[in-house]
Design a protein around this ligand. Structure first.
Ligand code: DHE
Length: 498
């Protein structure tokens, strides 16, 4: 027991003064934020004209990069450089501040969603003819994450037609309307943008959540569904003008709620399927008379990252332990097979093809240098192909002999493998831009040419001949990520994602 009152006093002062100083510093940083950042990023950091500045939304931006953006601004955006007016200490305090969680978890409800709705061109108000001449079924969209733009590319001439600004940090594939005229983009900050490819105009926008994973468009083209991490919701919109139809809280009935990992359209079932992060269930959602009806399928474990067989009879999900996948019969909701898959398969990137008279699927792995090839009749792994490192995306086309897989992670990330779909062997490894990530392939509608991204600010999309594997041209782009061919997407081509 300390009896000397002076020791007590010193102890109290040593505890109180730093806390007071810290509180004062926090208040000063908060004032700086309100003064310089709030008008664009929202007074509560939930975003506005600029992106949300919350730890989860910023998880892909390292703190030094955030400091750099504050200091120098962001090219091709409205973000100005604060370096000339803020001290280095203030820049670093602000960067620190935006990575702190908010005191209370923010919600994003009906009023927030409807208030965010923008409708520059209501359905039917723009002409029904393209304002340029091209094969509208062989267009590509290229998402450039370097400066948050999208390039529209003519798939016959491989020449850019148009380039436009997107919302900050698009993620997941853009989804086309069934006729290929409109495209819907989803951003990590929750924005959904509907864009008219005939008139090259944004027609509607809405913010579905604070931290969104992806969106899906129903097979009949009538509905758009958004999957959110924050809040824990699925949100249903009319595809026509992106009007809010319903917010579906994602809960298990006992009070536990869940982030939604992703939502997918299941065309033959005319439903949506959702992967849940925190509840061991997969959800099938149908829209009947304008209302969402949820069917819950209890699963043996938490499943992420879904792949579907072409008939949408089964879903294949990656188990959270990262060591196996489960096959669920979508009619019975029962687990029918377990697949031993090493190193966290990236099933969402899987593709299928015909091999010796049967259908196989193949998936790369996030944590293992391997591609697993699986017989879809008996769900047995028939080959584990060794690659130069873990991969992200795998692509092919039914008219091509080859499947392409990148080596996104590790020292060989500038390499891409080409696999012969009949011998199941790697027949060529390309290294198109040494030192720069080469990733994500998409074929043209005929399977004759393909595009590969050089994933760098000073990057490019490379056009290859799909048969000779010869490079044909490089189109300079700013960190191009995914590429999306209209025909392949609306026809659910077997070699690409949907
Ligand atoms: Fe993605 C699609 C999940 C990180 C680029 N990504 C998807 C999909 C899911 C997913 C569920 C399918 C949705 C769809 O297309 O509608 N991605 C995840 C993750 O869980 C992960 C690993 C971590 C995260 O923070 O979200 C992740 N993804 C990334 C990246 O770091 C990438 C490389 C860069 C980026 O833009 O963030 C990235 N993801 C992509 C792309 C697609 C995608 C380009 C669409 C591929 C396609 O061809 O359809």
């Amino acid at each position: 027991m300390i009896r000397d009152w002076r020791i007590w006093l010193a102890l109290a002062v040593s505890l109180v003064i730093p806390t007071t100083l810290q509180a004062q510093a926090d208040t000063e940083t908060e004032t700086l934020y309100q003064q310089h950042c709030a008008s664009c990023h929202g007074k509560d950091r939930l975003g506005g004209m600029g992106p949300a500045l919350l730890p989860d939304n910023l998880s892909r931006l390292k703190k030094p990069q955030a400091e750099d953006a504050i200091r120098h601004g962001r090219p091709a955006t409205q973000m100005p450089a604060f370096g000339p007016i803020l001290s280095e200490a203030s820049v670093s305090d602000l960067a620190e501040y935006i990575y702190q969680p908010l005191a209370t978890t923010p919600g994003w409800g009906q009023a927030d969603i409807t208030d965010s709705h923008l409708l520059p061109h209501p359905a039917g108000s723009l002409p029904d003819r393209p304002v340029y001449d091209a094969d509208m079924m062989n267009l590509f969209l290229v998402v450039e994450i370097g400066d948050h733009h999208v390039t529209l590319l003519d798939g016959n001439t491989m020449e850019p037609i148009h380039r436009f600004a997107s919302r900050y940090a698009l993620h997941g594939g853009p989804k086309y309307s069934p006729d290929g005229r409109f495209v819907y983009f989803g951003s990590r900050d929750g924005w959904i943008t509907k864009y008219d490819l005939y008139n090259l105009e944004v027609t509607a926008e809405v913010r579905a959540g604070i931290n969104m994973r992806n969106i899906a468009v129903s097979a009949d083209g009538r509905h758009v569904m958004a999957a959110n991490y924050l809040p824990h919701t699925l949100v249903l919109f009319s595809a026509e003008n992106l009007e809010l139809m319903e917010i579906i809280p994602v809960e298990d009935g006992t009070g536990d709620s869940s982030r939604v990992s992703a939502v997918y359209a299941a065309p033959p079932r005319n439903s949506f399927i959702a992967a849940l992060k925190d509840i061991p269930q997969a959800w099938e959602i149908s829209v009947e008379n304008g209302k969402a009806r949820v069917r819950r399928m209890q699963t043996d474990t938490w499943l992420d990252d879904f792949f579907f067989d072409p008939e949408y009879d089964h879903l294949i999900g990656a188990a959270r332990d990262g060591k196996h996948g489960l096959v669920i019969n979508l009619d019975t909701g029962r687990t029918v097979a377990e697949l031993p898959l090493p190193g966290m398969p990236h099933l969402g990137s899987g593709i299928t093809w015909n091999y010796q008279g049967k259908r196989v699927m193949a998936t790369p792995h996030f944590r293992a240098g391997a591609v697993s090839i699986i017989d879809m009749d008996n769900w047995k792994v028939i080959k584990t192909l060794e690659t130069a490192g873990p991969g992200f995306f795998m692509r092919s086309h039914k008219n091509s002999r080859y499947a392409w897989v990148d080596v996104f992670f590790g020292p060989n990330r500038d390499k891409v493998h080409v696999i012969d779909k009949q011998t199941l062997e790697i027949v060529k490894t390309l290294q198109p831009a040494p030192g720069k990530v080469a990733a994500h392939v998409e074929f043209d509608r005929y399977g004759e040419k393909l595009l590969l991204s050089i994933w760098d600010n000073d990057g490019a999309v490379i056009v290859y001949d799909a048969d000779t594997l010869e490079e044909e041209k490089r189109i300079p782009m700013n960190k191009p990520s995914g590429k999306y061919n209209v025909w392949n997407k609306i026809r659910y081509e077997e070699g690409t994602s949907h």
